[in-house]
Design a protein. Structure first.
Length: 592
């Protein structure tokens, strides 16, 4: 006797006992992301009583997991009366893969309470969950558990532990685990490289990559992705291009993981056209590369391109996540698209995504930049979660920019109520007072910072030249070509003044005379870096400068004059976004 299983518009004849065929179809539906077909299969499984079979239940759990429906995976798990070790492994893995780490660890505890031992499939999911949570303490407990069960020598468990320690920021434990492993595979090496990259220890990551190549390790796309991320974080464009060449030779250039890292590399180095080319040439686009491209366009002030990409992404069937919406919100924020930003913030509800403090911070910043300070305050007041430093900080910064020092002080007080805050928050309060001429209060704010043993982050700018990074601080003269740099700035300063440039010394928030203010602002780090680029690079090459702090208003205006007087394209990346200066105009349209 045959039952008829609906699959789209096709009826598939299927023997009652052939549950292996059901499993194959569920696997196919998961791969093709065909939720409707998977749901029909689930209905058939229930009607035919096949849900009693653990293998079918496992495939149902995996189908819902791959479809990013973890709660439906849980229901399939609970509907299975006979749960095997594989059934537990499937559901624990599902929660770890779908950003539900606490649930993954909770189910591990329930499994062990039922006298089932975790195996080499379950332990990596548990360590992944600890990594997501950055809970090294729980991770160490899982590590001990793996030692007790004898799985600590397993290459997959060991690799997951290296990755977990790295993501928790404990690079020493990660390296100890890496060195003690009797066998290491490409995942182990990649996890260690990723850990160094995340900690900013870029030289160690690059050395490890070279060692892997020296030992003839068959590196994979994740390895390439990790080392390209190192190049992106260090803005080593030329080295990144060389590694891209290795990817092409190894046929990994089509990987979406490599693609997303290359998009970030080109974006962070100010080459948006390179990021677009990589994105367009990547045949299969995962969520990571979509998010990387959205972030690239947002940082380069192309909000319309971000919105267009978001629509394309939805049409392709890709489901956005919280990072996707954060990128779209940031794009609307920096472009002053308040109505569009509100729309996308509300759209998150349709995807059942709860806004985080970062989303609220972006919304508050968006309203604040537009001068809607009271509306921004209302958003904070009505938040369903407690406002964090980043949320209050967004209000504080914009109150300072709009000269509302009373509301700025109120926001700063709210931040201090949270407990320990960053040094930047103290500086923001000090700047708010200084901008209002209240220099004594500004001094008190800075004294509080000194009393806590903290210092303001030093403003630095750097330029890459032939795989060498040249770093500059304001007013310093230690660079080997300092004499030429200062001569170039003096020469350029005269041309800029003839073109109409007048220094705005209000950005020097100190109680000093006008001449000293003029000298102070003239030698900010980005200006030194640009002068170095002018005397070093050929006339047809854009000058790309990276800065760790926000570019000040006077420097932003000065660089526009520099682009006119030199006829050069100057690209400056500060801690918020990219500014492309050309013919006296900036890509941010003076809204940053």
């Amino acid at each position: 006797m045959l039952n008829h299983l609906p699959q789209g518009n096709v009826l598939v004849s299927l023997p009652c006992h052939s549950y292996h065929r059901i499993c194959d179809l569920l696997l196919s539906s998961a791969r093709s992301r065909s939720i409707s077909k998977g749901l029909q299969l689930h209905a058939y499984v229930i009607k035919s009583g096949l849900s009693l079979i653990p293998l079918v239940a496992n495939n149902l759990i995996n189908f819902y997991s791959k479809s990013q429906l973890p709660l439906d995976s849980r229901r399939a798990f609970e509907d299975c009366p006979r749960k095997s070790s594989t059934t537990w492994s499937s559901v624990i893995s599902c929660f770890a893969q779908n950003e539900l780490p606490w649930m993954s660890l909770d189910f591990l505890r329930k499994m062990m309470a039922g006298n089932l031992r975790p195996d080499d499939h379950i332990l990596p999911s548990a360590t992944k969950s600890c990594g997501i949570l950055s809970r090294c303490d729980i991770g160490k407990s899982v590590h001990c558990l793996s030692m007790k069960t004898g799985y600590d020598a397993d290459v997959f468990v060991g690799s997951s532990l290296v990755d977990m320690y790295a993501k928790c920021g404990d690079i020493v434990y990660a390296r100890n685990m890496f060195d003690e492993m009797p066998h290491r595979n490409v995942v182990t090496w990649s996890g260690m490289m990723y850990g160094y990259a995340q900690m900013g220890e870029n030289e160690e990551a690059l050395l490890l990559f070279k060692q892997a190549l020296f030992e003839n390790l068959a590196v994979n796309d994740y390895s390439f992705s990790s080392v390209i991320s190192v190049c992106a974080n260090s803005t080593l464009l030329e080295l990144g291009r060389q590694i891209q060449g290795l990817c092409v030779k190894s046929s990994f250039d089509s990987s979406s993981f490599v693609g997303s890292s290359l998009v970030s590399l080109y974006s962070k180095c100010g080459v948006l056209e390179g990021a677009c080319q990589v994105f367009d040439e990547t045949p299969v686009k995962n969520l990571g590369i979509w998010n990387a491209m959205l972030k690239a366009c947002a940082q380069h002030s192309d909000a319309r391109k971000v919105i267009e990409l978001f629509k394309r992404m939805k049409r392709s069937g890709m489901k956005p996540n919280f990072i996707t919406f954060l990128n779209v919100l940031n794009a609307c924020n920096h472009a002053g698209l308040v109505d569009e930003g509100r729309y996308y913030f509300d759209l998150m509800k349709e995807y059942r995504i709860e806004p985080t403090d970062k989303h609220y911070a972006s919304l508050v910043d968006m309203l604040g930049r537009a001068g809607k300070l009271q509306e921004a305050l209302e958003v904070i007041t009505n938040m369903p979660i407690d406002p964090t430093e980043s949320v209050w900080g967004a209000l504080l910064t914009n109150c300072t920019n709009h000269k509302n020092t009373e509301l700025a002080a109120f926001a700063a007080d709210k931040v201090f109520e949270l407990g320990t805050v960053s040094s930047g928050m103290h500086i923001s309060l000090s700047n708010a007072y200084a901008a209002d001429g209240r220099f004594e209060d500004a001094a008190k704010a800075r004294k509080l910072l000194r009393d806590r043993g903290e210092k303001k982050e030093t403003g630095l700018s750097w330029v890459e030249e032939r795989n060498r990074v040249h770093t500059f601080a304001a007013g310093e003269r230690r660079h080997e070509r300092s004499k030429e740099i200062y001569e170039k700035l003096a020469e350029l300063g005269e041309e800029m003044e003839k073109a109409g440039y007048v220094a705005d010394t209000s950005f020097v928030l100190r109680e000093v005379d006008g001449d000293e203010k003029n000298q102070t602002i003239r030698y900010h780090s980005e200006r030194l870096a640009i002068a170095f680029g002018l005397i070093t690079f050929s006339a047809d090459r854009p000058i790309r400068v990276i800065k760790n702090l926000r570019v000040c208003g006077d420097c932003h205006n000065a660089i526009k004059f520099m682009s006119v007087c030199t006829g050069r394209v100057i690209i400056v990346r500060d801690n918020n976004r990219f500014h492309r200066f050309e013919d006296g105009k900036c890509s941010c349209n003076d809204y940053w």
